[in-house]
Design a protein. Structure first.
Length: 75
């Protein structure tokens, strides 16, 4: 198995775990907090917005910090 395949497997596993955590800790409580369908749909969309903001913050930190840390480790 090549290093690229290992990276793809690790990224896929992290995506599955992250999706499971989002569903169990954010979406399900938001869905069950309301009784009307439109309220549940809006709560689901807002939780999707929260997930997108958290993911973009993580990507931004990764883009900013990984090159800096990589240069410090390998120099």
């Amino acid at each position: 198995m090549s290093r690229t395949n290992i990276i793809y497997i690790a990224v896929g596993a992290c995506a599955v775990v992250g999706l499971g955590v989002w569903v169990s800790m954010i979406l399900v409580p938001a869905w069950t907090a309301y009784t009307r369908l439109w309220q549940r749909v809006v709560a689901g969309l807002l939780s999707l917005y929260v997930a997108a903001v958290m993911a973009s913050a993580g990507i931004a930190l990764g883009v900013l910090l990984v090159p800096w840390v990589w240069d410090r480790i390998h120099s």
